[in-house]
Ligand binder design. Structure first.
Ligand SMILES: [Zn+2]
Length: 380
């Protein structure tokens, strides 16, 4: 038995933000970060609320890679204000923080603050980057600062009720972040396509999302105000999110979570560095993943007369795209010094093996496999 879920209503296209005008008479809490406030992105939401007599509070303390401390602060804010509407606006961090706040609000309120019943707010996510797909997934990644680890929480109660995909919010993303987040989308696609729970439904979403990424990512990187490219990437990110939320991910994400935690490399960039090495590992030997990668290469019109050729073409196409956007080809090129890398290699691999994403990988892995992949990715 297999299952495909998509609970979130998706409002998309230029000016999709106007959807907020329909939310009259609700008390809202807006979860965001200071950058969104500075860039006046939050104003686009508060203006609509002010014009429609919607009361609101803004919690803008979310930081990149949100920590449990921030989630706890946000939780207190929610418990105090009891909003009927929760709006998360920002990149993956703001949306992940809002999800975790809601999760703990419902699951742990007795232990943390009191026993008063807080009804689950109507949850609207407004992504301002095209990367995590967090607006449609049941995943939230929170950082445990003390243990230096990233902890993914997975629960359907965190899935937003509505996602607003308005490309106007993504026009000012700088090129480097466009590249990192866009390659995160590509990683979601590649992992979901070969993951253990991949299905015809998730394959269809991946095939479209990959096509959009290859067609529009470099365009958006080179010209951020290309609104068509921005819109297509925003859609691709969401489609890839739905795909991996159902199919699962794999060791590319497990290893990127560890690498990112140890060496402060952004999530999308960590994924992008490891991507080609993971494809090579997963398709080594005779297995189903090799056939799937080749199928995807064929779908994209890349040379793929045999499965081996398809895999190689896919790897080559990804390398070319990474080069065009100045993504480091190796962990070393990303600025990680050899001594620190060797010191942390064993611990990083252990952490990656235990990561929740490892279970979805098409091929079984050992700690030694992960060490070897990290070593290959270090030097290239
Ligand atoms: Zn990701």
């Amino acid at each position: 038995m297999n299952r495909f879920k998509e609970k979130t209503e998706i409002i998309h296209g230029i000016d999709a933000i106007k959807y907020l005008e329909t939310l009259k008479g609700k008390r809202a809490c807006i979860v965001t970060d200071t950058t969104m406030v500075k860039l006046k992105m939050v104003d686009k939401v508060t203006e609509v609320f002010s014009n429609n007599d919607v009361e609101y509070e803004v919690f803008s303390e979310v930081e990149p890679d949100p920590s449990f401390e921030i989630v706890h602060k946000g939780l207190k804010h929610i418990m105090k204000n009891k909003p009927k509407l929760l709006i998360a606006i920002g990149g993956g961090s703001a949306i992940d923080a809002a999800k975790a706040i809601m999760y703990f609000c419902i699951k742990m309120k007795e232990n943390l603050i009191g026993t008063e019943e807080i009804p689950k707010p109507f949850f609207v996510a407004i992504p301002t980057t095209s990367g995590t797909g967090s607006e449609v997934t049941s995943y939230s990644v929170i950082t445990d600062k003390e243990k230096q680890t990233k902890i993914p929480i997975v629960d359907d109660l965190m899935v937003p009720d509505v996602a607003i995909l308005d490309p106007n919010f993504t026009k000012t993303i700088p090129p480097a972040i466009t590249a990192d987040t866009g390659l995160d989308v590509l990683t979601h696609c590649l992992e979901a396509y070969v993951a253990k729970n991949a299905s015809d439904f998730t394959d269809a979403l991946v095939e479209k999302a990959v096509t959009l990424v290859f067609q529009y990512l470099i365009k958006a990187y080179e010209n951020g105000s290309d609104i068509e490219a921005r819109e297509k990437l925003h859609n691709a990110s969401c489609m890839a999110g739905i795909a991996f939320n159902n199919a699962g991910l794999g060791i590319n994400h497990s290893m990127a979570h560890s690498l990112g935690s140890y060496f402060k490399i952004p999530h999308g960039r960590s994924n992008a560095i490891l991507m080609t090495y993971i494809i090579a590992f997963n398709s080594s030997g005779d297995n189903k993943a090799k056939g799937k990668y080749a199928q995807l290469a064929k779908h994209m019109g890349l040379p793929s007369e045999t499965d081996e050729q398809g895999v190689l073409s896919l790897i080559e196409a990804i390398k070319i795209m990474k080069q065009a956007m100045n993504i480091p080809a190796t962990i070393e090129a990303a600025g990680v010094d050899s001594e620190s890398f060797k010191r942390d290699l064993e611990a990083m691999s252990k952490m990656a093996l235990k990561d929740i994403c490892t279970a979805g990988n098409p091929k079984e892995v050992s700690k030694e496999d992960l060490i070897n992949i990290y070593l290959q990715a270090y030097e290239g």
